[in-house]
Design a binder for this molecule. Structure first.
Ligand code: AMP
Ligand code: MG
Length: 437
């Protein structure tokens, strides 16, 4: 499987298209995204506090004159010199000259310059002053300006810094995350929310992404009718074409549903040939050992190379994988749960390679088993199960099911419990592996 996916990816040169940024979510990048400026573009404060010179603190200065205020989006244009501090908010640009931000929690503002002995006294005075100012605050002079005495008081602000800081504290230097011109996202990356955010930050309103691979879906079986048709007493509706289409779309392919193929070699071969015009073909049903399981036979007549015909798993044992010309196909066993499991385990990787990205690893986790479980050895089992519990105590329980045809069980499940082939029993309370859907 991996070798095949590597071969697909190496072949390279797949068609691409330019799409709007938001439409690129879930798609695969066809060209690198490059930083149009430094990230961050200015030294960024990571805390609310006071920007100042760390050397001042090292040399014992604790009281600083507050010479200005910068909030995010603002700039303080003068260089900060010794003894000065600029009040700064998270996300704002640290002014030149300052090289540390002391968190506001370790500071105390005052409006008078103090020495150590006078501090308590001044604090008292200051609080009295504040009372007076509150009354005066709205008093304007004849010209309509604020009381000049108050103005003066406001600008003469000081802050006491109650701890030392090292150079660089609470500052992300300009360009620390990426330099202008640097590659932010490589070609072949799948665009999730974090990648979309990065492209947005780099000013990319649109992105070049690979075209979605077209994945033909062909369900086989004389018992099948289309969803909108009324099934006869011994017929069932074709649901696999829909679960497959949904899974293909979910992993970045474009599903192409073909009409139902009967269990008759001529018509089946014809529809397979139609499906082989796509980038990949998924067949459902007709790969077991029954008299009317004709898929392998029909494929053989087309000069097929089979990579494997069967896997030691349950459900899904008869799964086949191969290639006709350069087009990969899977023959998936027709039972609805088998189709879902085998797509998840095998076909997904090939769709992902065809869309131009490295196949993602199976999304697995460990959880505590809720109830004892018994089975037979020999096959790796993937059983519909419900994963719940909290972040630190995930628990899993197998869904009661009637075998691999039980779509209800599959719809209630949010994962597959993995039973290793050598295990006959799993005990309540033991940690087991699940594959999350
Ligand atoms: P098969 O692999 O062809 O032997 O199919 C196994 C069983 O899966 C059949 O007996 C059907 O009950 C069921 N099945 C096959 N194809 C579909 C389909 N397209 N949608 C729903 N169920 C199917
Ligand atoms: Mg069949």
């Amino acid at each position: 499987m991996q070798e095949h996916c590597r071969r697909i990816l190496k072949a390279g040169d797949r068609p691409s298209e330019e799409v709007l940024l938001l439409q690129a979510a879930g798609r695969v990048l066809a060209e690198p995204v490059v930083a149009d400026r430094d990230f961050p573009p200015f030294p960024r404060a990571t805390r609310d506090g006071f920007a100042l010179r760390a050397d001042d603190l090292a040399s014992g200065i604790t009281l600083f004159r507050v010479v200005g205020q910068v909030k995010a989006g603002d700039a303080y244009d003068l260089p900060v010199v010794s003894g000065e501090a600029v009040e700064i908010m998270t996300g704002a640009a640290v002014p030149a000259g300052a090289n540390a931000v002391v968190m506001v929690e370790y500071t105390e503002r005052s409006s008078k310059e103090l020495n150590h002995q006078g501090r308590e006294e001044a604090r008292r005075e200051e609080s009295e002053d504040r009372g007076a100012m509150a009354d005066d605050d709205h008093v304007l002079d004849i010209a309509g300006h604020e009381n000049p005495k108050l103005e003066e008081k406001r600008t003469e602000e000081f802050v006491e810094i109650q701890r030392v800081a090292v150079a660089g504290e609470n500052i992300v230097p300009a360009g620390a995350e990426a330099r202008e011109g640097q590659e932010l996202l490589p070609r072949g990356v799948r665009l999730g929310s974090a990648q979309i955010a990065l492209a947005a930050a780099a000013g990319r309103a649109s992105l070049k992404v690979y075209r979605k691979p077209r994945v033909a879906i062909l369900s086989t079986g004389d018992e099948l009718v289309e969803v909108a048709e009324k099934p006869g007493p011994s017929q069932i509706r074709n649901s696999n074409s829909y679960s497959l289409a949904a899974m293909v779309a979910e992993c970045g392919g474009e599903p192409v549903q073909l009409p139902i193929a009967p269990d008759e070699e001529g018509k089946l071969t014809e529809l397979i040939q139609q499906g082989l015009k796509a980038d990949m073909l998924l067949l459902s049903g007709g790969v077991s050992m029954g008299k009317f399981d004709l898929v392998e036979q029909a494929l053989k007549s087309l000069g097929t190379q089979f990579f494997f015909t069967g896997a030691l798993i349950q459900p899904g044992k008869p799964v086949v994988f191969g290639e006709v010309g350069a087009v990969a196909f899977f023959g998936l066993p027709g039972n609805p749960v088998s189709v879902m499991v085998t797509f998840e385990l095998f076909a997904r990787q090939v769709v992902e390679a065809l869309r131009g990205s490295e196949p993602s690893r199976l999304n697995s986790a460990q959880a505590k088993l809720k109830k004892d479980f018994k089975t037979k050895t020999g096959l790796t089992r993937f059983l519909p199960a419900v994963l719940d519990g909290g972040l630190y105590d995930p628990e899993v329980e197998i869904v009661q099911w009637q075998g691999s045809g039980d779509m209800l069980a599959a719809a209630q499940a949010n994962c597959y419990l993995v039973v290793p082939p050598a295990r006959e029993k799993l005990a309540k309370g033991e940690m087991v592996t699940v594959v999350i859907r």
